[in-house]
Design a protein around this ligand. Sequence first.
Ligand code: 3HC
Ligand code: NAI
Length: 709
Amino acid sequence: MNELVSYRQLGEIAVITINNPPVNALSPGVPEGIAAGIEHATADDHIKGVILIGGGRTFIAGADIKEFGKVIAGEKEEGSLLPLLLLIEDSTKPVVAALHGSAFGGGLEIAMACHYRVADKAAQVGQPEVKLGIIPGAAGTQRLPRLAGVERAVEMCVTGAPVNAADALASGIVDQLIDGDLLAGASAFLREKIASGRAHPKTRERHDKLGDEAANAAIIAAAREKAKKTARGLIAPITAIDAVEAATKLPFDEGCQFERKLFEQCLFSDQAKALIHVFFAERDVAKIPGLSSETKSIEIKQAAIVGAGTMGGGIAMNFANAGVPVLLKESEQGALDRGMAAITKNYANTVRKGRLTEEAMQQRLALIQPTLSYDGFENADIIIEAVFENMALKKEIFAELDQRAKPGALLATNTSSLNLDEIAAITSRTASVIGLHFFSPANVMRLLEIVRGQATSDEAIVTAFALAKLMKKVGVLVGNCHGFVGNRMFFQYMREAYFLVEEGAAVEAVDKALTDFGMAMGLLAVDDMAGIDVGVRVRQENKRNEPPGRRQPLVVDKLYELGRYGQKTGAGWYRYDENRRAIPDPEVAALIERLAGDAGIKRRDISALEIVERCIYALINEGAKILEEGFAWRAGDIDIVYLNGYGFPAWRGGPMWYADTVGVKNVYDRVCALHAEHGAWWEPAPLLKQLAENGGSFAAWDKEKGTQK
Ligand code: 3HC
Ligand code: NAI
């Protein structure tokens, strides 16, 4: 038919195969090729039925997301798939979609317009559009409820979560699972349907699963209620519910038009732009310019960890969850027992919630071998140190590891603030030393900052990325600067929250402004959760590297002095009840007022807008410095750090994308104004200035950098 879609005959069956690697997205040429195939089969009297199948590793993963970018930019019109779907459904010859890999988005929509669907046992189907800030745009919200029922359709369109083949069969999305060769199975299925002589079903004409008005009203109302909580701030999930509801109320064609209108509204929204950016940024993050594609990662068959505290335990669980045996070393029996007890409790909680079987828990625990000695470390392919944050101790441990580890083993530190090169220098193998900065809780948080030291080898970096993938995390390569990327920016962000309360904003007003902006938590609530004692110690350490004479926060040090460490002591910026619920504390408000008054700080009303600008622009300004200094490769990498490690809302694309949304010039002007008002902390980043003056953006800067490979 064309380069992307081939056509061949298997006796009386026409086989249309999509060949658009890697995921058979519906790029220009694919819909046209499928349409040509259907027309060809219709015109050929020898053909009695058609199979639509994907070449390579998958059926069709959906519309080509790159093309959306062009549509949004006004460079082309969005081509609707609806005419193709009608052509398929109205074909006089039965069409079977043979699914393997992923039938997602437009891929599932095409499959649902076929008369039948068969699936490989490992296939997945889904309408993941909401993850891109859009809704299904080719009748997915109209055909899916007709096949799977309203409740299932709502769930799939709102969450975007994939459904496995067995579930797809049970809910009526597919008609048969195929064991063994998919094409052979699909052919046998189709021959049977042809031989039956019965009419072939058109999904759009089905009403049997559309339910009744009262039941649907309850389903839709419950879905809206749930989405308000689970999809806070997001437009697409709520819109998807509206579209599925239309399937229950409108005739098919009108439902499709309604869906299409909503789809287009979503596609041109800032949320879709941001989420599409996130989709590609997350995939670009592992593309490291200058790293040879020939570089192979070390195979990780055995791991070892030093330190079974908060982080070491979580990291050990990551290995066990990935099926890798891991030695977990402590310095004394009590700490080892506490570490193993914490891991066991953690798994037991997951079992209790029904998300893990008891058997799987035992298998995972059996992979974690507690120990007080370094015996066996010589077999480890990777060793991660997670002891106290103390340079002398870390050096002592790396000297020991240098003696014990086999040649080529990766030696990693989980330090959050110490100089990686200084740690590496104690060893005779600086090329094998790397930072692996996990986030707490390490078994939950998706972010892994991969810290490259001066001598870290390409092999070590590639292995760290492979490890991130193995642990289902997103690895981001960062440079060895103080706080790396995430925490270096966080220091600036937190500082503004401290200053804002001293200047007149209530503690809860600061947090509310940030959660209203979309952050997962308010900053002061985060401070209470992470521990005010921890934050104060880090800041005291930071102060040593700061230029003298800068304004320092007052209240947080006082809270520390008072032993108000946050959640763990039942009080910090807030008071906590027995359920760890934060309650605003008038004592803190009075303390702030007193300390600010003593220091001569003029208190005033502070708007939510100012709170957001000061906190978020502090992130952006520091992010720009980090980029320019080369400690992060792309602005998109910084976004991925903030989305996965710091609760930044994905629908705002990350701090650097958000700067582009606001306009870099606007951000720069505000930073300059804050600099004039508040002094040195707000020194504008030279890159921010440069982009503002040249009408640039961080996205354009990334593109330019991408071409410098
Ligand atoms: N369009 C364009 N490129 C796509 C794509 C798509 N729909 N899906 C994946 N890709 C690209 C990725 O960018 C990546 O490119 P790269 O190698 O240059 O970085 C490559 O394909 C491989 O993708 P992954 O790294 O994600 O591969 P995995 O094997 O881990 O995952 C997948 C495969 C499960 C298919 C996953 O890529 C995925 O979920 N893709 C998105 C699916 C999706 O959102 N579909 C809906 C699109 S919207 C739509 O269909 C609208 C319709 O209703 C009209
Ligand atoms: P922790 O205090 O909970 O655990 C450290 C453990 O190391 C203790 O159990 C201690 O007994 C053990 N240990 C000390 N010396 C040892 C030795 N010689 N051999 C074996 N074990 C030894 O500390 P946590 O929070 O787990 O931090 C560990 C590292 O991770 C630190 O470098 C920290 O900066 C970093 N980090 C911590 C994060 C957090 O949120 N807690 C987040 C990211 C990094």
